[in-house]
Write a protein that binds this ligand. Sequence first.
Ligand code: NDP
Length: 610
Amino acid sequence: MTCQPTIVPPPEAVDIAALRERYLHERDKRVMREATNQYVRATGEFEDVYAQDPHTAFQPRESISEDLDVAILGAGWTGLLAAYHLKNAGITNFRNIDHSGDWGGVWYWNRYPGLQCDNDAYCYLPLLEETGFMPTKKFSAGYEIYDYFKLIVKKFNLGGAALFQTLVTGLRWDDSIQRWHVTTDRGDDIRARHVIMANGLLNIPKLPGIPGIAEFKGKMFHTSRWDYEYTGGNNRDPQLDKLADKRVAIIGTGATSVQAVPYLGKYTKQLYVLQRTPSTVDKRNNPSTDPEWVQTLQPGWQQERKKNFHRQAMEGIPTPEPDLICDIWTEITRNLAEEFTAEGWPALTAEQAVARREQMDYRVMERLRARVDGLVQDKDTANALKPWYRYLCKRPASNDDFYPTFNRPNVKLIDVSATRGVECMTEKGFIANGVEYEIDCMIFASGFEVSSDLDRRWGIDVIEGRNGKSLYDHWRDGYTTLHGIMTRGFPNMYFTGYVQSALNASTTEQMDLHDRQIAYIIKELNHRGVTAAEPSQEAQDAWVQHMRETAYDASAFTRECTPSYFNGESAEKPRSYAGDVYGPGWYAYETVLKNWRDGGNLDGLETTNV
Ligand code: NDP
């Protein structure tokens, strides 16, 4: 079926100047000087309650002391794809090391009711053509993704050496043996020639630093540690029947909460949804995979689909090509393409194109706000649920049951924006807008350490390169790398994802490219008998300079946004969770890496053969 544009108000019905003023006003209400410091780490007294693994019983084991070719920190998508590409490159002496009890990364930890991927599964799930697997729906359930991890591990025989329930606490380069000492909370000393940092972005839960949080005597847990013992049900069949006599509150209305709230609303005696900033929530439209469509797919279809997704969602350049994805991520580009078609594809200057996109952004947000009125009966509740910011200031969501849940008599939305969050917790519950609410359980849908400082986000106590230099100090004033993958002074250490590289609309595609590049580098180093490699100062400086010269400055946009992890919780000093982003874009970045590989000389790397 051809993808249709959405119906948005005409340009003349949208007063952009007035809306912009309203957006800035709402942003100012939410700005907090503390930025990411408003959150507390889920460690120490909070560790037991919020960070323990509810999914896998602890398995004691002996400490390991060994030499290893490659330690891969993480067993989520990045770690799995690293293992896959290493194996394809003929490197087999590697271990994935992960705090979790199994493969899956975020899909291991997050099992809350209603969990689905918000991205098109035919793009998001990697290696579909290689495995022959086909997701059952456009948006996969969390457990389908978790199962798919297992399928990949089994099919490509990647799992044998993985170390689970193992938290890496230290990484120290040892020049005398030309290896990294990888130390863990299990007393291991793994001497790894190479270390791949596949440690993810959404791996460490964060808690709002609400005064009195430790006073509460009832049950508490973070959504990424869902306690089905307490709620009843399980992630494949989330009938939360043990909540029938419980008063529950959930903090947060981000992508997680939007999916969990309908289940909580259905099963609890009383649900309080504590909202500081509303999300945009569009309809879901999650059709089952059409077997006839599958029959039509030709080899290379997944890459083509990913390209289509990236062009529509990330590059945002309307073209006459069809929108294969047809969801919340591609709406603005799709709508513009429809209008440009009607106008005979006018030649626009860059400024005009940006202005048209901005106008469509305001029109789409008007549509989304009107949608709330159509679904929520109580006018005050509907108004409180309306988002006042530009699209993509916060991560968009889609769910058919979120708004109707607020029509249930047992569900109450509590707007805590006036106090910039929940005022305080007490022994019996919480205080919001001066009123104490007694509850049995508090659920934190408060997100992850995404845009905090690196040491907090990674949670590894010590990362020391040559001469004991800390990586956290090394990057204190900004990232310095070659291609976002290696940095001088930290030999044989490889970074993935969000340091200094381009962004792809499919996170997994982004990680896959880095993993492929890293596997290539390690293979070549092994082939040449190299024991240590790091960027030369010149090559690193050149890359940093190139990044700066070609950077696309999005700070004007992010400064005007309501705080979120997208702008580092600070509208005043925005900081992208994505690190330094390569201005020329994804395909230019891919070409840089390919040309570098094609050069065949490991250009810009200084190598040691001991
Ligand atoms: P978010 O960080 O997006 O949301 C946290 C929520 O907690 C926000 O609503 C925030 O409010 C609120 N909050 C924080 N502190 C307080 C406070 N003191 N008082 C009241 N409210 C507070 O976390 P999520 O877990 O929802 O999502 C994290 C990310 O995980 C997503 O953006 C997405 O990338 C990923 N995810 C992906 C999914 C998918 O693909 N299926 C599903 C779910 C998550 P405020 O906005 O005001 O800061």
